[in-house]
Ligand binder design. Structure first.
Ligand SMILES: [Zn+2]
Length: 294
């Protein structure tokens, strides 16, 4: 991989969620990021993404950390844990609130479904939040804080967002690195920035954590490419730097199913228990990836 950033330090990261053990798809992702950092004499950071505390378990966290070490992955500095970062999320939310960029939404899923079920002239708008609570006082318990994307468009003031994508997924072209604010609005609408149960959202937490860990290169699965424009917009609104992104293809098992925590029985722990070496586990992950990239 050549990012043409030889003179600058590369800081990569891995950010597993302790909702299960590491599987072969994670191994591919972690090692891709780790090798990029190593080959460029950069740094590698570890972050535990445990904002969704109902689903995260300390046992999984311990297992993940032990398995990363077993795979030969080491990291620089302290492990960042999202559960310790709540005050930073709150401070960013306050900043966005003060700028009038967020508003409380008291719609339940059922409320939104009902509004969206009504016939709508624009099919695209059937997918996104209809903006019911924008500009009105919440009448029921608040479910979330949403981004007023029209206001964001005014504040950001440019017509386009840019980011560098260095991955080799076929799901994007060069142009996809440029997103017009108009398409962002049509595609996402007023997205949730803080859920009331966790007081943040994945997108907000990731943006703040990447900035705090000074991440220059984000390597992750291309299932996250779709939300990257929202993360880039949040970086602009919060005056944070935008890292270089590298979205890699997700691994699929032999039956053609995407490897996920739910589907995979090939976890690092289970392979380890079978007596398979770390080198072999890594080899399997990368040979599976070659099959899908070709
Ligand atoms: Zn609402």
């Amino acid at each position: 991989m050549n990012f043409n950033k030889k003179n600058n330090e590369i800081i990569e990261r891995t950010a597993p969620s302790p909702t299960g053990g590491l599987h072969i798809g994670h191994v591919y992702s972690v090692l891709t990021a780790y090798e990029n950092a190593r080959q460029n004499h950069g740094l590698f950071k570890l972050r535990i993404e445990d904002i969704d505390f109902n689903r995260c378990k300390l046992d999984f966290e311990k297992e993940i950390i032990a398995n990363l070490s077993w795979l030969g992955v080491s990291w620089n500095g302290k492990i960042m844990r999202q559960r310790n970062r709540k005050k930073y999320y709150l401070s960013a939310i306050t900043q966005l609130m003060n700028e009038g960029l967020l508003y409380p939404c008291s719609c339940t899923r059922a409320d939104i479904k009902k509004v969206l079920a009504a016939p709508h002239p624009n099919e695209k708008l059937d997918q996104i939040y209809p903006g019911t609570c924008r500009g009105r006082q919440p009448t029921k318990p608040i479910q979330a804080l949403r981004l007023n994307i029209a206001k964001a468009k005014k504040i950001y003031s440019k017509q386009k967002l840019y980011f560098i994508e260095s991955g080799h997924s076929t799901n994007y072209s060069l142009e996809d690195r440029v997103i017009t604010m108009e398409s962002l609005e049509n595609q996402f609408g007023d997205v949730i920035i803080a859920r009331s149960d966790i007081n943040t959202s994945y997108n907000l937490a990731v943006v703040l954590d990447d900035a705090s860990q000074k991440i220059t290169h984000v390597t992750r699965g291309d299932d996250l490419l779709a939300v990257t424009p929202i993360q880039v917009l949040l970086q602009k609104l919060l005056s944070l730097p935008t890292p270089i992104y590298h979205h890699h293809k997700l691994l699929y098992d032999t039956s053609g199913k995407k490897i996920s925590k739910r589907s995979s029985n090939e976890t690092v722990s289970s392979l380890k228990a079978e007596g398979i070496s770390a080198e072999e586990v890594i080899h399997r992950a990368f040979s599976q990836s070659e099959r899908i990239i070709k």
